[in-house]
Design a protein around this ligand. Sequence first.
Ligand code: URA
Length: 175
Amino acid sequence: MGSGFLQASVMFTGEAPGRMEDRTGTGFQGQAGRKFDRMLEYLGLPREAVWLNNAVRCRPVEMNRNRAPRRDEIAACRPWLMRDVANVSPRVIVPLGRVAYQALTGRLDFSQVRGSIVEMTERTVAFPMFHPAYLIYRPASVKTVCRDLLQLGQLLDFWQIPRATGNRSWCESEN
Ligand code: URA
């Protein structure tokens, strides 16, 4: 249903659980999870300090393999997503990828607004980023992701959201 700190100032929303996530109930466990952890490490945020959930709450599966969630599945899970937004009431929501962004905002302009601030409510802004799995099949995207992380860090500082000194070596070595 989600994991982390229920009063978090920052919420990250992925797409849908895979096999491991479905089994453990915790998001981002596999290869994409390791990329996600690097993103958090860059920002100096431990998993326990943020709220992590997915747009779709059940594993979309076909022939025992993950598949993209369908539109009706995204719509069916949206009440839970919006309940998290209301309950956690974060300052910043980071939709990871197009599916999460569209589920959270109803907007179709992910490519245009990725890496920028999108107003959501009076209290909350979204900062859409690429899904961490994108780093696996498009390694060249690391430059863009690192640029977005730098901006996101500045946004967190603007809201005075506490964070540790991040580890940026990942971005420095790959750029
Ligand atoms: N990908 C996602 O979008 N969410 C997860 O929890 C795991 C992989």
